[in-house]
Design a protein around this ligand. Sequence first.
Ligand SMILES: [Zn+2]
Length: 340
Amino acid sequence: MRGVVLHGPGDVRVEEREDPTIQEPTDAVIKIVAACVCGSDLWPYRGADPAENQLMGHEYVGVVEQIGDDVKTVKPGDFVVGSFVISDNTCPICTNGYQSRCVNGIFVDGQIGTQAEYARIPYADGTLVATPGQPDDDLIPSLLAASDVLGTGWFGAVAAEVGPGKSVAVVGDGAVGLMAVLAAKQLGAEKIIAMSRHESRQKLAKEFGATDIVEERGEAGVEKIKELTDGLGADSVIEAVGTQESMMQAVQSTRPGGHVGYVGVSHDVLLNGLELFFGLVHLHGGPAPVRRFLPELIQLIWDRKIEPGKVFDLELPLDRAAEGYQAMDERKAIKVLLKP
Ligand SMILES: [Zn+2]
């Protein structure tokens, strides 16, 4: 089969890889229908994370081809959505809703790599969720978004305790930030402030439910959020970047007693203890337990109540994956869908 391998910074190749097969009775092999390039793929692409012959891709939807003898909840022919972390969904951590840190967890990125024609999915019952039927073509981008960016934005909102009547600020206008705006709207937030400097992303944020846009960053950005929230800061802030500046912007934009949900993959972020102490905010975040939310998110998409697939603004055949990475790196595309 064909699949994407990152040979080193900036060096994306689509090459022949071994066909996946059933190895454990809990495995499934799926034919990938759509995959995509993630903002987090850009860290190794830019050389900020080490990468050498890395199998790329962790977002996927597909059709089950084969299952092991112990797989019970999906069968050949089912259309499935999976999370970017393999989970058994039965261990104590999973049972508490934190499947992204399952005791048997495996990161799909690097280990499996779903920017490919096929993938072996371990713990198929605990990782994959079948859709109610075969989806219409126009639902596929939205279902694909559920695999990571939507699930991650949603977790950010849940971790930030977004709820009816609350004020919410979202730091980051990448796909995850935009999905956090959508999630905040669905969860009933009253004021949703998107921090963005890019016109096309501001427009999409408004479509997804943003009520206010803040272009300023750093201290000026924090001041602007306070102005919009009676001088107090937002009840809930979602951090969807992962840098020192964005994390501090999130913490400082939150009112005392409020909640920060951080889902941007952290890179060299250091927190000042005294500032945290007097900030008096709740911090919760990490790799999103997307599997927890998949059944609910799939249903919302199936019923056409949300359309997260709008976040994809470029579609390419898998063989042109390198162009997709480049477009996202140069911020010419928000998110790139790859079709094997
Ligand atoms: Zn588990």
